[in-house]
Design a protein around this ligand. Structure first.
Ligand SMILES: Cc1cc2nc3c(=O)[nH]c(=O)nc-3n(C[C@H](O)[C@H](O)[C@H](O)COP(=O)(O)O)c2cc1C
Length: 183
């Protein structure tokens, strides 16, 4: 699959089979992730890969965080089981360094996440970024052992897609989003 085909046919896969992709495939996703552009080569990312029972540990931390907010913890305990592998993409912005601009650090992490999604698709895997409140809960941050200057940019759920025929989400044509000048 070439790059354009991968871009044009990728979609988020909310439901995965239980089969666990081989570790070498996950390594290839991470290799693709770290090839993302990064201004000043700050590489403002790291990754925590969760599989097996570690997904339950994430769910327990998530449920504890939700309970502390007054929500029913039972709704969250199994969230980690939505895919056999979860790549937690951790942002480590380095804007304390000279010339480094914070927003560019976030762009770089987003580019790394898109590389992972595209690489997954090219390898026949399904993937989906999920964010939400979980990444901000102290309980989840403690479980992941995040430093103070780190944050969860996204949880990328990875596995084999359950439904390969799902329709694509809609997009506004680029023509409506583009102003041409001098071309
Ligand atoms: C930064 C980011 C965070 C996202 N977080 C969630 C999420 O928490 N829950 C969710 O259902 N989808 C989430 N998504 C996936 C979007 O819902 C999905 O990309 C969108 O519906 C378009 O579908 P597609 O990826 O199949 O084109 C997220 C996407 C991005 C880029």
């Amino acid at each position: 699959m070439d790059a354009l085909e991968a871009i044009m046919t990728r979609r988020s896969e909310p439901r995965m089979l239980e089969e666990v992709p081989p570790r070498e495939h996950i390594e290839r996703l991470l290799e693709a992730g770290v090839r993302a552009p990064t201004h000043h080569l700050t590489e403002p990312w790291r990754f925590i890969v969760l599989a097996g029972d570690e997904r339950l540990r994430l769910g327990e931390a998530w449920a504890a965080g939700a309970a502390a907010e007054g929500q029913d913890p039972d709704r969250f305990k199994d969230k980690g089981l939505r895919a056999p592998v979860i790549i937690c993409v951790i942002g480590r912005p380095k804007h304390h360094l000279p010339k480094v601009v914070e927003v560019e650090e976030h762009h770089a992490v987003g580019a790394a996440m898109q590389n992972i999604l595209l690489a997954a698709h090219a390898l026949g895997l399904g993937a989906m970024i999920r964010t939400g409140a979980a990444g901000f809960y102290d309980e989840v941050r403690e479980y992941l052992r995040l430093d103070k200057d780190e944050y969860v940019a996204g949880f990328i759920y990875v596995g084999y897609p359950e439904d390969k025929e799902r329709p694509f989400t809609r997009r506004t044509s680029f023509a409506e989003k583009t102003e041409w000048r001098g071309m």
